[in-house]
Design a protein around this ligand. Structure first.
Ligand code: GLU
Length: 267
């Protein structure tokens, strides 16, 4: 597939539609939106719905309505990951051809005593004939990986220390690491602004970009919004959905701007 020509700045918000947006996801959306607008760049929305069991019907529509209600208007067409399977398959073939992806029959249960997958299938599938996932040879690609995070500064990580991440699951579903890299490249994303919970995914993503011959976006990871107990606000720990009346929207935008270290006017 041809790469689109790069604009000076093209950012994106890429929610997984596993539920409505909450304050944590609003901060990520607003941070990337404002960064794009400040650069007079484009801001795209991509719905990361590669894992249907995790995505209740209607959640993507709810998210899009929430973005509109908060005035976060996106440019161009929305991209949907469930329509990109062909592009992910091509990327996986490219990795296989370079010996950077391998089939793996191991189950999580088998390696539960290890911090990361120990690579048992690297030199041949352990249980031939069983369903396989495809994993990245994180030890063979570019390492270490360096980048200058726009907020957290100079980063040096060895993807092999994070392990051979799954690119395609045993059930055939595509995994986030591969999908995000292919989509960022195909959409010509120049700037990724997202929560710091994804910073330790960036080494794999940059390693994949090099292996696939893609340009490398700039990265800015935002501090996370945490609960009073210091837990990450997330759908898993039942962060409340954003309220949708005009008054609440104004209050939540105000709070999100403050969390982004901005000084919104009080009236
Ligand atoms: N889909 C991911 C999420 O909702 C974000 C992916 C990204 O920004 O790279 O957490």
């Amino acid at each position: 597939m041809l790469m689109p020509s790069f604009t000076a700045y093209r950012g994106r918000f890429a929610p997984t539609p596993s539920g409505p947006l909450h304050m944590g996801s609003l901060v990520a959306a607003l941070g990337s939106y404002l960064d794009a607008r400040a650069a007079q760049g484009e801001w795209l929305v991509r719905i990361e719905n590669i894992d249907p069991p995790r995505c209740p019907l209607g959640a993507a529509d709810t998210i899009l309505h929430q973005l509109e209600a908060f005035g976060l208007h996106w440019d161009g067409n929305i991209s949907w990951q469930h329509q990109q399977g062909e592009a992910y398959a091509q990327a996986l073939e490219k990795l296989k051809a370079q010996g950077l992806a391998y089939p793996c029959s191991c189950s999580r249960k088998q390696w539960r005593d290890h911090a990361i997958y120990p690579g048992w299938c690297r030199n041949g599938v352990q249980a031939p004939g069983q369903p396989v996932a495809w994993r990245l040879r994180s030890d063979l690609g570019q390492r270490p990986v360096n980048w200058q995070d726009r907020l957290f500064g100079s980063q040096t990580h060895d993807p092999a220390e994070y392990g051979d991440v799954v690119l395609q699951r045993k059930d055939g579903l595509w995994a986030y690491q591969l999908a995000v890299v292919v989509d960022d490249a195909h959409q010509g994303i120049t700037d990724v602004v997202r929560g710091i919970d994804l910073l330790d995914n960036t080494p794999w993503q940059r390693q994949l970009q090099v292996a696939l011959g893609y340009p490398q976006p700039r990265y800015l990871h935002l501090p996370l919004v945490v609960t009073q107990e210091g837990q990450k606000l997330s759908k898993q720990n039942l962060a409340p959905a954003l309220a949708d009346n005009t008054h609440a929207i104004r209050q939540q935008l105000f709070k999100a701007l403050q969390l982004l270290d901005q000084s919104p006017p009080s009236s």
